[in-house]
Design a protein around this ligand. Sequence first.
Ligand SMILES: Nc1ncnc2c1ncn2[C@@H]1O[C@H](COP(=O)(O)OP(=O)(O)OP(=O)(O)O)[C@@H](O)[C@H]1O
Ligand SMILES: [Mg+2]
Length: 266
Amino acid sequence: MTKIEIKNLTFNYDGENIFKDFSLTIDERKTAIIGQNGAGKTTLMKLLNGLLKPSEGEIFINGESSDGREVTDLAKTVGYVFQNPNDQIFKSRIIDEVMYGPLNLGETAVEAEKAARQALEKFDQLGLVEENPYDLSLAERKQIAIASVLAMETEIVIFDEPTIGQDFKGKQQLRSVIEDLRQTGKTVISILHDMDFVAENFERVIVLKEGQILADGTAGEVFSQEDVLREAGLELPHIAELSKVLGFPSLALNIADFLELAKQTK
Ligand SMILES: Nc1ncnc2c1ncn2[C@@H]1O[C@H](COP(=O)(O)OP(=O)(O)OP(=O)(O)O)[C@@H](O)[C@H]1O
Ligand SMILES: [Mg+2]
């Protein structure tokens, strides 16, 4: 089912077009957007949540045009976790930061605090609710930024590089957050530079370069296109690289794949 439809989008910051006559539909599949620095990934996501406005073309969210809708209105449906948490976080207490979104959507203080605590719990951050976000590490601030968006329970959740600075535990927590969102019928779109995380967690992968889509398919389909990866300046997931070096008949995208292919290759 189509959740987002981008139709003939053109956008520029005040110069050259970043997107020209660009069209894309997003459905319920967990979707990863990948591509080199400057490919236009963040710009595209900011266009989806209304922080930026198309110069031409139209964006439909659940069938409704976002033309003329304010960011605050769109924020009820589209949650966006900023690439840099410092651009998002503005309160001096974590609990206030995470409650801000739900309060803004009209929830009572009790409801907002409950939603905030539930979101923070997903990252084991409940012990920190009274702290100042700026006393935390970048990785923890990123988790606070993610929790702030989760607490709003929007139908569409966009993550801009959520794995930044995350250690193994942080990535595991993120993995279950993303899967839970999918299981509860939310649409997840994420920009990522971590190809291992992409291969393991996303059903659809879109490769962007200079405002154009170079490839769009399952992780298996996209990572098998060596020419596309070269052109987009992307690397293979480590496990896929290893399966290639070992001469397996197809690319492994996770450990289960790898073991299965290893058995076949014996
Ligand atoms: N506020 C801005 N004003 C002018 N140009 C901008 C602005 N933000 C981004 N750009 C330019 O637009 C292009 C796309 O940038 P964007 O941030 O969307 O890329 P990205 O794919 O998210 O890159 P990264 O992986 O580095 O985050 C780049 O050339 C960038 O320099
Ligand atoms: Mg970016």
